[in-house]
Design a binder for this molecule. Sequence first.
Ligand SMILES: Nc1ncnc2c1ncn2[C@@H]1O[C@H](COP(=O)(O)OP(=O)(O)OP(=O)(O)O)[C@@H](O)[C@H]1O
Ligand SMILES: [Mg+2]
Length: 287
Amino acid sequence: MENVSKIFNKKTKALQNVNMEFKKNKITGLIGFNGSGKTTTFNILTNFIESYKGTVTFDGKKINKNIRQKISYLSAGAEPRNPMRTITHLYQMASLYQVKKSKAKKIIYDLSKKIDFTQFLKKPIKSLSKGNQQKIKFISILLNPNVEILFLDEPFDGLDPIMVNKIKKIFMEMKNTTIIVTSHRMNVVQEMCDDFYILKDGILIDKKKTSESKIYVSFNKEIPIKKIKLLNYVSNIKKTNKEIILEIKDIKDFKKLNKLLISLNQFVWCSIKEKNIAESVFEGYGE
Ligand SMILES: Nc1ncnc2c1ncn2[C@@H]1O[C@H](COP(=O)(O)OP(=O)(O)OP(=O)(O)O)[C@@H](O)[C@H]1O
Ligand SMILES: [Mg+2]
């Protein structure tokens, strides 16, 4: 996306000169406050919104029918209170993608098995709980046989933590797919994404890499600072009244550190504060 701006009703600036790049076959997160323009970005990228300023290209080309076929879009919001049976709805989705019923059946049942959904397939959509309705969207987007780009707008909405993990894993295993995801669940964004962008009120304010994550370990004051300063894997040392906080990059280093301290002191008291950078991006904004 280059210099993309979108104004609704001549006054609401939903996006202002936004530049973003999404890497092929990687997972990119798009995060930001409510109303910051995430869904608008998705609607522009998928061509649901056609009138906007700026340029959007896929591999250097403007969106066309060929590219559109490779896109699946899981949109946010509630499922319609649809009286149709779930399986009938999914077969209809499959027919839109021109997938034969027998092939669709296999995809639907295989996916349903993975996400504990089989028992709901023959029930009417409107009788399903919110989280189970969300699973219908998940199955629908994967019925597209040509999918190469997945837009996921709040895909984990309403799902229980076990299901979030299962579905997150399935997305992470899709190595030949470019995934762009929005979520307000920062820990999931952190675990899932290779990169993420932060939007604030329609302006792109930051780009981060999730690998920048650091780990802070706090110790009681009995640890030998002089010896610790010599350790190359401890990148920062901070003292407070009650504790000493060390910054390390890898949890493996924590094990080394702990072993050393135990050998010197017999025992240590410590706690790990994993710095979640996805969460930290909200610190200081919006005040
Ligand atoms: N169809 C529309 N008509 C008028 N204004 C709109 C329309 N769609 C979005 N907006 C406005 O554009 C801005 C961005 O909205 P958008 O839905 O893209 O935010 P979002 O980041 O997806 O928020 P959320 O986290 O709540 O999903 C908001 O001010 C919103 O009110
Ligand atoms: Mg949204």
